[in-house]
Design a binder for this molecule. Structure first.
Ligand code: ZN
Length: 197
């Protein structure tokens, strides 16, 4: 069979490998994760076991592709490297965002303790009440963002990463209204009790 790699349909190949494909998600035939594979027209990636590839590598694994020419092999390698570096950059960005949100979270908790202390000393302390009011709106948002970044779908996490400050705020408020986020493995992660003070 002399069909070029690009003509393989990745959905069809995953199906042949034993995966059930639904839209841009699929069950993973390697680790049996439910909906843990994200796929595009060109590449697939399992969030659980790390299985990844493109239509050509998968076709080869399945014994469907003809022998590659050297140029094709180079193209495939370049494409795989590109996909890997995109995935790695994404994970690094997520990691950075999470650690700065975690640091902010700790700061807010510290401020909250200070405000409580002020109010214990003087129940009418205005700075104490203002600080507390600020923290009571910011802390739930921050927690919503942390849940999104650790468990959210790749699409949602990307739109947060690429979003402006206002956009991120909207996303956090939407999560709070819904009470949680859809996760990358097709479950639901609760945000927890938003009352904090
Ligand atoms: Zn897997």
């Amino acid at each position: 069979m002399s069909v070029a790699a690009v003509e393989w349909d990745i959905r069809d190949l995953l199906h042949r490998a034993g995966a059930q494909v639904l839209g841009r998600r699929a069950d993973c035939p390697w680790c049996c994760g439910r909906r843990t594979i994200s796929l595009t027209e060109k590449v697939y990636f399992c969030h659980r076991c790390g299985a990844k590839g493109n239509s050509f590598t998968l076709a080869r694994e399945l014994g469907l592709a003809r022998r590659m020419s050297r140029a094709e092999a180079q193209n495939i390698r370049r494409e795989r490297e590109r996909a890997e570096s995109v995935a790695n950059a994404f994970l690094a960005q997520i990691g950075e965002a999470r650690s700065s949100l975690n640091a902010l979270h700790d700061q807010l908790l510290h401020l909250r303790d200070q405000a409580h202390e002020r109010l214990r000393a003087d129940h009418d302390n205005e700075i104490g009440w203002e600080t507390l009011a600020y923290i009571c709106t910011e802390l739930p948002r921050l927690r919503a963002e942390l849940v999104l970044l650790s468990d959210g779908t790749v699409e949602d996490r990307l739109s947060w990463l690429e979003g402006t400050k206002e956009r991120r705020r909207e996303i956090a408020d939407r999560i709070l209204r819904a009470g949680g986020v859809s996760t990358f493995d097709d479950k639901w992660a609760e945000v927890g009790d938003p009352t904090c003070c």
